[in-house]
Design a protein around this ligand. Structure first.
Ligand SMILES: Nc1nc2c(ncn2[C@@H]2O[C@H](COP(=O)(O)OP(=O)(O)OP(=O)(O)O)[C@@H](O)[C@H]2O)c(=O)[nH]1
Length: 337
């Protein structure tokens, strides 16, 4: 083990989904209609509303490009599209077919607000659309009623499709996210999850400590008993570490290295926890098939200093771990007091 031999690779933060494309498309289409309504149809109120929407969607697009889009902007954008889609047939002639655009709204709602938000907003949309169909369709041959039934059925089908698709999409996203943050062998959180935890510590200036734990002479176990037994030992070690800390605070960094993040404790408590963990592992027999293995760990502790990067936080723990190994292993090394 050498200090600073790893922990330097940059792990990007996953960006929040932004709807750049949607705001740009809305901007372009609405601009086209605003010119049409202004110049040809002379529908000045509608054209003015459309030009306001053009300006907002352009603004949202620029914000999204800079990854500075806010939640209220998403709501405002969707609100504006809804108003536009409903206002156009009210202002103009329903036979021009502008109400057809309303069939797209459930897609937008589900895309922007997920399955629950999409479901509610799509349901709310039905009432004003039915009102418009009823009031703007000529009352002959049951036309308004036939149009309302057709619209309701079509809307219901789109609604179901969007709901099924978006629910599955959300489940897949959650599963992928968990997979991305989880160590596949031990089920512990991985380095990516550590990045997220560190961001929280850094942002809230939390008094946090890192225990960097390394199994002593693990290579010898692999060499003597094989890689599979080595893997089982790592799993058993992960279980043991979880008994010493909140499950959420234990990470596998890779190989035979683990991390425990402890917060809101004093230096003495941190040292005592690390020391009792070391003793516990030393006195625990690892059971693999008919093998009974006794293992030891070395621990390096670091304290998070405000403004420090994760690499620095890790480097400091790594240095203390290196010293623990130098002192003969089965040791806790720290510079806490
Ligand atoms: N079974 C198994 N072995 C792994 C895994 N990842 C890394 N290793 C092995 O872990 C061993 C780590 O060995 P070293 O870093 O040399 O250190 P060590 O033998 O533990 O000795 P010290 O750390 O100096 O006490 C290497 O043999 C790696 O092949 C894994 O996922 N499964």
């Amino acid at each position: 083990m050498h200090p600073n031999k790893h922990h330097n690779q940059h792990v990007p933060n996953l960006p929040l989904a932004v709807h750049k494309g949607l705001s740009l498309i809305i901007c372009a289409i609405t601009f086209f209609y605003s010119l049409w309504n202004l110049v040809y149809l002379k529908l000045y109120l509608l054209a003015s509303v459309e030009l306001i929407i053009v300006s907002f969607s352009l603004f949202f697009f620029i914000q999204a490009l800079k990854n500075q889009d806010k939640e209220w902007q998403h709501y405002t954008l969707v609100g504006m599209i809804t108003v536009l889609v409903l206002l156009t047939p009210l202002q103009g002639d329903i036979r021009a077919g502008s109400l057809y655009w309303s069939i797209l709204l459930p897609f937008v709602y589900f895309m922007m607000f997920g399955s629950r938000g999409g479901l509610i907003l799509s349901l709310l949309l039905v009432f004003p659309v039915l009102y418009i169909i009823y009031t703007k369709t000529t009352h002959e041959g049951f036309l308004p009623y036939r149009a309302m039934v057709n619209y309701t059925l079509a809307h219901f089908c789109v609604w179901c499709l969007c709901y099924v698709y978006e629910s599955q999409h959300q489940k897949d996203n959650l599963r992928l996210r968990n997979m991305a943050l989880e160590d596949s062998l031990t089920g512990l959180k991985n380095r990516y999850a550590l990045d997220a935890a560190f961001e929280h510590i850094d942002q809230h200036n939390i008094k946090a400590f890192m225990l960097l734990i390394d199994i002593d002479h693990f290579k010898a176990i692999n060499d003597k008993f094989g890689h599979d037994i080595g893997n089982q030992i790592l799993i058993e070690m992960a279980d043991n570490l979880q008994m010493y800390a909140n499950e959420e605070d234990v990470y596998r960094l890779g190989g035979e290295e683990f991390i425990i993040i402890l917060s809101e404790k004093c230096e003495q408590e941190i040292y005592s926890t690390a020391e009792s963990l070391r003793c516990f592992i030393e006195n625990t027999l690892f059971h693999q098939h008919d093998l009974r293995l006794q293992l030891t760990i070395s621990v390096g502790i670091s304290r998070f200093l405000p403004g420090q990067s994760l690499s620095d936080f890790l480097r400091s723990a790594d240095h203390n771990l290196y010293l623990a190994k130098q002192q003969g292993r089965n040791k806790v090394n720290h510079t806490l007091f």
